[in-house]
Design a protein around this ligand. Structure first.
Ligand SMILES: NC(=O)c1ccc[n+]([C@@H]2O[C@H](COP(=O)([O-])OP(=O)(O)OC[C@H]3O[C@@H](n4cnc5c(N)ncnc54)[C@H](OP(=O)(O)O)[C@@H]3O)[C@@H](O)[C@H]2O)c1
Length: 321
């Protein structure tokens, strides 16, 4: 299948490219500010996806069978700083991709976020109404509506959550941020009363590509790992997995300890039904996700000293880990 992946340099997008190649697809990877480098990737371009005319040319020239949109302005702070860019990337771009996908008969898969919810109730069903607390969530919720408006039977929105995996930059993944603190001698405060349902990057990527392969699956879906966990529990599990002492490295904290943080969703746990029953890709328990994690670059010496274990780094062509 000919698949365009946008945001292919991003945390999620890069892994989506890898999954699509692994599953035998012909991938055109679209980067923004820099070229996409992935082992085995034959076709990539860079372009400004806010240039809607250029997006149209891309779609009409490439005539893809599927598009997976991983491009976004994907942080709360980023959207607050640049609201016009947030609207362009999180609303206008998905709208245009969905319209053009419909036009060329392509499946359009769009990544969205658990941040469309306010976190008051948790265990959100895919039919629950969005109630975002921030501009980021508001633009993502609006983007979902646009995608489905222009391609209900050809489009699928995947709301996903905290991504657990190895990033090219070494500072995006859940464990990578913890290791950075720990290697700098810091003890990390983690909330016991904030719940997320982390998902493995590679598992999310497989789910997204499988959705392209399954013409009958469309609409809004939730995809995450199997377990809702507090941030504190996640940290403890990460430390224990790597043979580190959580008591030394992590301090239990409550949201009320940091009043200046502003509104944050409390519980963004997601129900994976109905997608979990339809995909061949299985949702993963947290323990399986941990097995994919590598010691982040730059923290090896600290880790070897802390544990007495030797870090063996496998060289992978094109991957700068
Ligand atoms: N990260 C998470 O924990 C998380 C959680 C839930 C949902 N999500 C959703 O998952 C999706 C991907 O998130 P992510 O964390 O992977 O984001 P990310 O790492 O910030 O990647 C976004 C990508 O978009 C590209 N981009 C931005 N502006 C562009 C432009 N004008 N033209 C072309 N490309 C542009 C960037 O390309 P360059 O780098 O080449 O400039 C960047 O690599 C988003 O829809 C987000 O809402 C993420």
């Amino acid at each position: 299948m000919r698949i365009i992946v946008t945001g292919a340099n991003g945390f999620a997008g890069r892994e989506v490219v890898i999954a699509a190649l692994r599953r035998g697809h012909d991938v055109l990877a679209v980067g923004g500010s820099k070229a996409v480098v992935v082992p085995g990737l034959l076709r990539s371009i860079t372009m400004d996806l806010c240039d809607i005319a250029a997006v149209q040319t891309l779609m009409l020239e490439e005539f893809p069978q599927a598009v997976i949109n991983c491009a976004a302005l994907a942080t709360i702070d980023g959207c607050d700083r640049e609201p016009a860019k947030a609207e362009a990337l999180n609303i206008d771009l998905p709208r245009r991709l969905a319209q053009l996908s419909f036009h060329v008969g392509a499946k359009c898969i769009h990544l969205s976020t658990d941040m469309v919810f306010d976190g008051e109730t948790g265990r959100y069903a895919n039919t629950a109404s969005p109630s975002p607390l921030h501009l980021y969530g508001r633009t993502k919720a609006a983007g979902e509506v646009e995608v489905l408006k222009y391609g209900r039977e050809h489009a699928a929105v995947i709301r996903t959550t905290l991504l657990n995996g190895n990033s090219g930059t070494g500072d995006r993944g859940l464990h990578e941020r913890l290791f950075k603190d720990w290697a700098a001698g810091k003890q990390t405060p983690l909330f016991t009363d904030e719940i997320r349902q982390p998902v493995s990057l590679s598992n999310l990527a497989d789910a997204a590509v499988e959705l392209c392969e399954r013409p009958n699956l469309s609409g809004v879906y939730h995809w995450a790992g199997l377990e809702p966990l507090s941030r504190y529990d996640m940290g403890v599990k990460v430390a224990e997995h790597f043979g580190l002492d959580p008591e030394k490295l992590i301090r239990a904290a409550q949201r009320s300890d940091v009043p200046q943080l502003g509104p944050r969703p409390r519980d963004l746990s997601l129900q994976l039904h109905p997608l979990a029953g339809k995909l061949r890709t299985p949702a993963q328990p947290f323990a399986d996700q941990l097995n994919e994690l590598r010691i982040p670059r730059g923290t090896e010496t600290w880790y070897e000293q802390a544990t007495g274990r030797k870090v063996v780094r496998l060289l992978e062509k094109g991957i700068d880990f």
